[in-house]
Design a binder for this molecule. Sequence first.
Ligand SMILES: NC(=O)c1ccc[n+]([C@@H]2O[C@H](COP(=O)([O-])OP(=O)(O)OC[C@H]3O[C@@H](n4cnc5c(N)ncnc54)[C@H](OP(=O)(O)O)[C@@H]3O)[C@@H](O)[C@H]2O)c1
Length: 243
Amino acid sequence: MAQRAALITGASSGIGLAIARVLGEEGHALTISARRPEKLETAAEALRADGLEVQSVAANMTDEENLVAVFAKHREAYGRLDVLVNNAGVGIGAPMEEIQTKHLDMQLGVNLRALIIGTREGLPLLKEAGAEHGKALIVNTASIAGKGGQAWLSIYAATKAAVINFTQSTHREVGGAGIQCTALAPGFVDTPMTEFAKGQVPGEEMIRPEDLGEAVRFLLRTSRNCHVPEIVFTRPGEGLDTP
Ligand SMILES: NC(=O)c1ccc[n+]([C@@H]2O[C@H](COP(=O)([O-])OP(=O)(O)OC[C@H]3O[C@@H](n4cnc5c(N)ncnc54)[C@H](OP(=O)(O)O)[C@@H]3O)[C@@H](O)[C@H]2O)c1
């Protein structure tokens, strides 16, 4: 059986894939999940080609049964969970008077509801890992948009503010059980999600997905006595609440 295991949602590209790679390099057997099966399998193959142990489980995060099945398959494969990365997310911009309810529901569903359900599903095994070594991790991908309101991205920003707050609550509830909870709050990262912004900020000037991977490596290496509640990533010269 694997010595350590991690489950990462939204791991078929961008930040989730970069974090999955680091967790694999650091000795974790991986379950990676995302919505589109072919894209996910391509990511899994790339990780396996680097010698990492990976199972891929496609799931739509808005579907509770799908999401619960990811955790069941993880348990079946590895029997333990040391690191949970709730990373899947979606951002749909719109002026407030034009908000479409289906886009509201999708962002709440993927960015917040799935993260809460995932935390619930992951906790039993995370508690076992916490009792064993005192250093299980829950890493939730928020955003710098969660640090301050954003015009035209109001729903996305609200879900990410809620992610930061939910991460704090989770830590207050389970921190004593050897589970450390951290919210990652980056500005623009060069991933498929920021294609819309690359006319204004070139991709090569954005934060690298690997920077967030390295942040998770850091979280793995700090002592069990050191809790890092949140990491904010900005581009040089940027403010703390603007993407
Ligand atoms: N890029 C940025 O500037 C930035 C800044 C701050 C925070 N973030 C956050 O970082 C996280 C990762 O985003 P990214 O930038 O790495 O973008 P990305 O490369 O587009 O990754 C998004 C991931 O989420 C998955 N996903 C989206 N909707 C899903 C659904 N309904 N069910 C299951 N999986 C779903 C995607 O899978 P499919 O491709 O198959 O849909 C993909 O694996 C998100 O939470 C995002 O809000 C990004």
